[in-house]
Design a protein around this ligand. Structure first.
Ligand code: HEM
Length: 162
């Protein structure tokens, strides 16, 4: 039995990324220029990346994740959650992490130039909203867990575990 793509407007997203690959041999500079325009304070965190290899790898993994997220969705939803937690270890807050998808959209828009359409704009907007919904479901490691907090307080008071 064949099922459709996970994201109903997958074809538009795929088309825009294919077109970007045709028009722009290496979009890495375009993407990171936009990232550092929006999030200049993230620049020093790439201190290890002296030859842009990490930036290129991160971008290619993000393209892969977007294509899987819109298509078969075999891993991308989980990957976005686990990378979000990993990036907290790099001191990249999760609120900043998710903005990379807006950054990629902005770079695709610039890269496509006159090939960018209002349909592509709305498809990307819907995609980003769906990614944000998934990201919001990822448990936080940087705040007290509201579910466990009352149990821990009761435990510390010596009350039986309920
Ligand atoms: C604005 C948002 C983001 C910032 C500022 C950021 C920052 C970074 C930094 C500083 C590193 C290098 C850490 C090191 O020194 O090894 C890194 C690595 C990486 N990032 Fe991001 N990241 C962002 C979003 C994302 C997203 C959305 C994804 C994918 C869904 C992603 C995937 C990766 C991967 C796979 C690596 C490892 C690359 C490698 O070392 O081979 N990042 N990121």
């Amino acid at each position: 039995m064949s099922t459709g793509p996970a994201f109903p407007r997958a074809a538009e997203i795929e088309h825009s990324l294919e077109r970007l690959a045709e028009l722009c041999e290496d979009p890495t500079a375009l993407v990171y220029e936009r990232l550092f325009e929006l999030q200049p304070e993230m620049k020093p965190y790439f201190w290890r990346d002296t030859n842009d290899a990490i930036k290129g790898e991160m971008l290619s993994r993000t393209f892969g994740a977007i294509l899987d997220f819109v298509g078969e969705r075999r891993y991308a939803d989980h990957m976005i959650g686990t990378e979000m937690v990993t990036h907290e270890g790099y001191d990249v807050p999760r609120e900043v992490f998710v903005t990379f998808f807006d950054v990629v959209r902005d770079a695709v828009r610039v890269g496509l130039g006159s090939d960018w359409t209002s349909d592509l704009e709305s498809a990307w907007q819907e995609l980003i909203a769906e990614i944000y919904r998934f990201a919001n479901l990822t448990p936080r490691s940087d705040v007290t867990n509201a579910f466990h907090q009352p149990r821990m307080e009761a435990f510390r008071r010596g009350e039986p575990i309920s």
